[in-house]
Write a protein that binds this ligand. Structure first.
Ligand code: R5P
Length: 288
């Protein structure tokens, strides 16, 4: 199997090589008018290939994915598989206001219509998007990485979902812990886009050792509010786990300053090293 990476996954190159995986090459061209061109730099005819590409907020990443897939097909590779560490636009899974559309579903349908041999996507934000990816898509999860880390530390009493959408993930993590932990859910409101307020919490965290789990940290508002609330409610210790670290604006600095014992994110997106934030490698999950 030969892996082809786009610039969205270039940071995973060394992790794949370290595991003995073989990488394929391509070059990109920028035409005078700004159009992007692509060319494989090796023969793929009749070979099994996997495209490892994320859909980041920059739409070029989606075009790169579609273009590379097309190149592999046009050059006679076996039907490519596609592995997506971060599938952006998944929060736009339905119109939030009149006049909007389901752009996340549009992206998912584009991926499904490629008809890859396999389509594997890590921690998808919304079940609607998983559905739109088609019944053959497989959702991978970083939860086993978080469960491994948690098993090495103080016993978790409560897994906190920082909003209702995170309940399913919190339950799945709680079920992986030994002994299983309780799950509580924060009621979050968004008075305006990108602003989160944690209103209340569905259970007791006083004196408890908690972990807050979410699929992503973007502006950090959701996590910061959840930490504020569980601190106010008397949690004894707090740990944070989120698969996708987007960290818009100053989110990374805000998260690093939180009164928490540990924070884990993964390298689904490139992450700078920081002593207060541990970056877990998703390569074993992608290769599983
Ligand atoms: C929301 O439903 C997501 O699961 C995340 O909780 C949210 O998108 C994180 O965004 P932010 O960090 O900007 O609050």
């Amino acid at each position: 199997m030969k892996w082809f990476l786009t610039s969205s996954t270039a940071h995973l190159r060394d992790a794949l090589l370290a595991r003995g995986e073989v990488l394929g090459g391509h070059e990109t061209i920028r035409f005078a008018d700004g159009e992007h061109g692509y060319r494989l730099t090796e023969v793929v005819k009749d070979q099994p290939v996997t495209l490892l590409a994320s859909v980041t907020p920059d739409p070029t990443s989606l075009f790169d994915l579609l273009a590379l897939f097309r190149l592999l097909v046009d050059n006679g590779a076996q039907t490519p598989s596609v592995v997506i560490p971060y599938l952006g636009y998944a929060r736009q899974d339905r119109p939030a206001r009149a006049g909007e559309g389901s752009l996340g579903v549009m992206v998912a349908e584009l991926l499904r219509n490629l008809q890859p041999a396999e389509l594997r996507v890590l921690d998808v934000h919304s079940p609607r998007i998983v559905d739109a990816l088609g019944h053959r898509a497989i959702e991978l999860s970083a939860l086993p990485l978080f469960a491994d880390q948690l098993a090495r530390g103080e016993r978790v009493d409560v897994v906190v979902a920082p909003d209702a959408g995170a309940r399913r993930r919190a339950q799945a993590l709680a079920a992986r812990l030994v002994p299983n932990a309780e799950v509580v859910v924060v009621e979050k409101t968004r008075p305006r886009p990108n602003v989160a307020v944690a209103q209340t919490i569905s259970g007791d965290v006083k004196g408890k050792c908690v972990v807050i789990v979410d699929d992503m940290i973007d502006t950090g508002g959701t996590i910061c509010e959840a930490v504020r609330l569980v601190s106010e409610r008397g949690a004894r210790s707090i740990r944070l786990a989120a698969t996708h670290g987007i960290f818009s604006q100053d989110a990374r600095e805000r998260i690093i300053r939180l009164p928490v014992c540990e924070t884990w994110v993964t390298n689904s997106l490139p992450q700078p090293a920081h002593e207060r934030m541990q970056v877990l490698d998703i390569a074993p999950i992608l290769l599983s």
